[in-house]
Design a binder for this molecule. Structure first.
Ligand SMILES: *[C@@H]1O[C@H](CO)[C@@H](O)[C@H](O)[C@H]1NC(C)=O
Ligand SMILES: *[C@@H]1O[C@H](CO)[C@@H](O)[C@H](O)[C@H]1NC(C)=O
Length: 138
């Protein structure tokens, strides 16, 4: 069966894949295909990516409010040499000292890992995903 409609769908699908593959950085180490019901912090928590990393790796693709995800979209989760996979999901009422202590890192390391968190750690929120990796030794 080769109908006009299936030709249209096939053309649209390959065009979408083509556009998408161009937006994935060449040094992307992990990708993810957006599923129905996803939102940025849900993807971050499930895939071990910090909220900050998901946003920066996909800047220009995912808007700052994360309202433009679509099912089937391929996004990048981490870049070579810059991929934090040790994360902690913030629970309501938690604070940076507690999170850092639980992860065995310092408050300063937690801030360094998550540049979106302010110096006093007053802007974290329940459901946010933070990178809690120990600093890489140089
Ligand atoms: C995320 O990290 C946890 C804890 O290390 C691990 O059990 C889980 O398999 C990881 N999930 C993915 C998708 O990498
Ligand atoms: C990965 O690619 C991006 C975009 O080309 C670039 O800005 C970044 O510096 C690269 N990172 C590494 C670790 O090579």
């Amino acid at each position: 069966m080769f109908s006009f409609n299936s030709l249209l769908v096939a053309a649209f699908t390959s065009a979408a894949v083509f556009v998408n593959s161009q937006t994935i950085p060449a040094n992307c180490t992990r990708t993810y295909t957006v599923q129905s019901g996803d939102f940025c912090d849900k993807i971050s928590a499930a895939q071990n990516v910090s909220t900050y990393q998901l946003a920066t790796v996909n800047s220009g693709i995912i808007n700052p409010e994360c309202t433009n995800l679509f099912v089937g979209e391929v996004i990048c989760l981490g870049l070579e040499g810059q991929d934090c996979t040790q994360v902690s999901v913030v629970t309501a009422g938690s604070d940076c000292n507690t999170i850092a202590t639980a992860a065995g890192i310092s408050f300063a390391d937690l801030l360094n890992n998550n540049p979106n968190v302010d110096a006093q750690c007053t802007n974290i929120y329940g459901g946010e995903v933070l990178c809690v990796a120990a600093p890489v030794a140089n």
